[in-house]
Design a protein around this ligand. Structure first.
Ligand SMILES: *Cc1c(COP(=O)(O)O)cnc(C)c1O
Length: 372
């Protein structure tokens, strides 16, 4: 059997009764849309973060899009983010008619190089959108200071950072709004699609509730500004409530997997393998375990021969994708991002990853790299 970077079945096997009970609870509740499970999850997810409001939505991409719309972003506005991210970050910016503007990432942690942000600001910049990529947070203090000084709004993309802490604060509590995805692979994942937006601002919360519900106030059935249908599904919400209780345990398990990789691979640093570094102030939740090697493609090929299929997060920087050619970026514009894209790859990472399976990957990777 091929070893893959992610597999939900081992977790399902241990949580099966709880997950099926969540499904049954919704089916027997008499409320299939925007009922007690969505309301309950919203309250519990907000409480976990110590934030005022949570609005459940249908996926992470729309969480980013609705968060942007709710803070007032529309056509003609510019949103500063990174190209080393999952494409949906940028698709969401585009979907609200705004223009994505990219800065490069840092060599040290592959996250937004905050020092570059000021140089790309224009009169049309409205939002700074840091992506807490791979499971750790962007350096937020200088980003927030810049936003405050220039009257800009910060919207966090937390799709890979559930439970991550930055100088003690949880990801999702450091901007005006924060977007989460509950896609099954994520640190908090459901059994299908799901997402949420956190905000401490009651007006943003009210706008989000209208935006996800055709643009209507739930009680009046009158559209003021046309919105979308972006509701979080009741079944997914109930599953998320059950899993939210275990979020800290999932994070601890991911951190243990990461520690085992760090132990097993440490000496390969002398053979060109770069392991993930945790930046100061961060508690890394290791959504993906990204390593880097100049001979990545050869390594992946040899591992495939040993029935180990690894992923690359992400092989094509967003600014080089044909769908974003109209933005006017080209090769060489974001040199660190472009160089990383040729060397990074991801090792298997999920809370229920069995130690013997992980050791098989460590042993194979060691053998391949030491034979290069
Ligand atoms: C997964 C992801 C998204 C999109 O979430 P979906 O639920 O798949 O729409 C957005 N941004 C980042 C950084 C992601 O990893």
């Amino acid at each position: 059997m091929t070893t893959r970077v992610w597999d939900y079945l081992p977790e399902y096997q241990t949580e099966r009764d709880d997950i099926l009970d969540a499904v049954r609870t919704v089916f027997e509740s008499g409320q299939l849309v925007l009922g007690d499970s969505v309301r309950g999850f919203e309250a519990e997810f907000a409480a976990y973060h110590g934030t005022g409001h949570c609005v459940g939505v249908d996926n992470g991409t729309n969480a980013v899009a609705l968060a942007l719309q709710a803070v007032g972003v529309g056509p003609g506005d510019e949103v500063v983010t990174v190209s080393n991210t999952a494409a949906p970050t940028v698709v969401a910016i585009d979907s609200v008619g705004a223009t994505p503007v990219f800065v490069d990432v840092r060599e040290s942690d592959y996250l937004m190089d905050v020092d570059q942000v000021e140089s790309v600001l224009t009169d049309r910049t409205k939002v700074l959108l840091p992506v807490h990529l791979y499971g750790q947070c962007v350096d937020m203090a200088p980003l927030r200071a810049l936003a405050d000084a220039r009257g800009l709004t910060v919207v966090e993309d937390c799709a890979q950072a559930h439970g991550a802490r930055h100088h003690g604060r949880l990801a999702g509590t450091m901007g005006t709004a924060a977007a989460f995805s509950f896609y099954p692979t994520k640190v908090l994942g459901c059994y299908g699609d799901g997402g949420a937006v956190l905000t401490g601002d009651a007006r943003v919360d009210a706008r989000l509730r209208r935006l996800r519900y055709y643009g209507m106030a739930e009680t009046y059935y009158v559209v003021q500004t046309p919105g979308h249908n972006s509701r979080l599904d009741e079944v997914q919400a109930e599953i998320l409530r059950r899993k939210l209780c275990r979020l800290d345990a999932y994070v601890a398990a991911r951190r243990a997997v990461a520690a085992r990789y760090a132990d097993g691979l440490a000496d390969l640093a002398g053979h060109g393998l770069v392991l993930p570094a945790t930046s100061p102030g961060n508690t890394h939740v290791h959504y993906v375990y990204v390593v880097c090697h100049p001979r990545r493609d050869t390594i992946l090929e040899r591992l495939r021969e040993r029935d180990i299929a690894l992923n690359i997060s992400y092989p094509w920087p967003v600014h080089t994708m044909t769908g974003f050619a109209h933005l006017g970026y080209g090769p060489g514009d974001l040199p660190v991002t472009e160089r990383l894209a040729t060397g990074i790859f991801s090792l298997p990472m999920y809370p229920a990853l069995a130690p013997d399976l992980q050791d098989k990957v460590i042993d194979a990777l060691r053998a391949v790299i030491l034979s290069l």
